[in-house]
Write a protein that binds this ligand. Structure first.
Ligand code: ZN
Ligand code: ZN
Length: 390
């Protein structure tokens, strides 16, 4: 019997497991209950388990009967500070916290893959390193786990992971070679003038007018500086300055994000944000301080690993349901695990519009079609088997 057939009967248990995680969401680096269940489950299977890796992360090693390569399977565990507004009968039991990205499903899927592969331990040549990561939503969990040695002893030869994806209908899988999720950076621009009376602007240097010009000028980076065939986003997400209708404030702060696929484009955008903010600010008589902090690298899927995942996806969901062009300017710190270990991070469709399960990720009404759990577990286990079992 193939792995795909073995997952089907596990669906009720997966649904129960996922709904329990869903009802008990934990924010970044607070995944104590979730990590406890993960560690207990992996211990129960007889894996070698390490807890407290990157604060609340868990690593489990499934050692095959014979030697061979090491495959890393990564799942993230954290929830979001969102108040759930679904009418499911398994809604979050904690006000203001919600699994609105599907990480409850990812954790469930990877635990199920561990069980499926453990049943085949005698046939496995090599090992699987399961990495259950905290704090993906704040972009810090992968870095913390790697700093604690998650990629050492043994160092993986290949890596895979998946995201349940409500941009795709359930029953489809997206496998895209090359860049598929963007690098992300956070920028802060502080515009300083000199405040004063709103009725006497000539006696001030108005940072609000300067900030408005900077926001407009920043739009030219994507429209005029970026090759139209390349991907880039510059978004100003916050403008803060001033309190009263008749007072010109001394400073205005802009915060925003930069998303790119390629390092050359990223470097150009960083340079232009500095030049525009500082140049426009100076022209308006203000002083400007700009800082840009890189948060994650782009997810750059390795061609050979992606090809293997695509072949498996064709067997699991049928060739007509495999998409090879799914890209997003969203970001994922799985990129740090895959940066110098050939890997593929793929999308498992989880939307079902007919059943109202198609709200976007990070939305208070987000929910998934749980059939995606079955597909996700089959995908991880089948890809692992293709690397480690003859
Ligand atoms: Zn998310
Ligand atoms: Zn996510």
């Amino acid at each position: 019997m193939g792995i795909i057939d073995e997952v089907r009967p596990l669906k009720p248990a997966m649904v129960e497991r996922r709904r329990d995680f869903h009802q008990h969401p934990e924010l970044a680096f607070e995944e104590v209950r979730t990590a406890g269940i993960v560690a207990e489950t992996l211990n129960g299977l007889g894996l070698e388990v390490q807890t407290g890796v990157g604060k609340t992360g868990v690593v489990g090693i499934l050692e095959g009967a014979q030697d061979g390569p090491t495959l890393l399977i990564r799942a993230d565990m954290d929830a979001l500070p969102i108040h759930e507004e679904t009418d499911a009968d398994y809604t979050s039991k904690t006000a203001g916290k919600m699994h609105a990205c599907g990480h409850d499903g990812h954790t469930t899927i990877a635990l199920t893959a561990a069980r499926l592969l453990n049943d085949r331990r005698a046939a496995i040549k090599g090992r699987v390193k399961f990495v259950f990561q905290p704090a993906e939503e704040i972009g810090e969990g992968a870095e913390a786990m790697i700093a604690d040695g998650a990629l050492d002893n043994p160092r993986p030869d290949f890596s895979i992971g998946l995201h349940l994806w409500n941009d795709l209908p359930v029953g489809t899988v997206g496998v895209t070679a090359g860049p598929s999720m963007s690098a992300a950076a956070l920028f802060t621009i502080t515009v300083t003038g000199s405040g004063g009376h709103g009725a006497q602007p000539h006696k001030t240097v108005d940072p609000i007018v300067a900030a408005a010009q900077i926001v407009s000028a920043l739009q030219a980076i994507v429209s005029r500086n970026t090759d139209p065939l390349e991907a880039a986003v510059v978004t100003v997400g916050a403008i803060n300055g001033g309190e009263a209708f008749n007072v010109i404030p001394p400073t205005v702060t802009l915060k925003g994000t930069i998303r790119t696929y390629r390092p050359e484009v990223e470097a150009m955008v960083y340079r232009r944000v500095h030049e525009i903010a500082e140049g426009v600010g100076q022209a308006m008589g203000c002083t400007v301080d700009t800082s840009i902090a890189s948060m994650t690298k782009a997810v750059n899927n390795h061609p050979e690993v992606s090809e293997r995942v695509r072949e498996v996806a064709e067997r699991v969901v049928g060739a007509q349901n495999v998409r090879t062009d799914v890209r997003t300017m969203g970001s994922e710190d799985v990129s740090l695990f895959m940066d110098d270990i050939p890997g593929c991070y793929f999308f498992v469709g989880s939307a079902n519009a007919e059943h109202g399960l198609d709200a976007p990720h990070h939305h208070p009404a987000f929910d998934i079609d749980e059939e995606s759990l079955v597909i996700g577990a089959a995908m991880l286990a089948e890809v692992a088997a293709s690397y480690l079992i003859d």
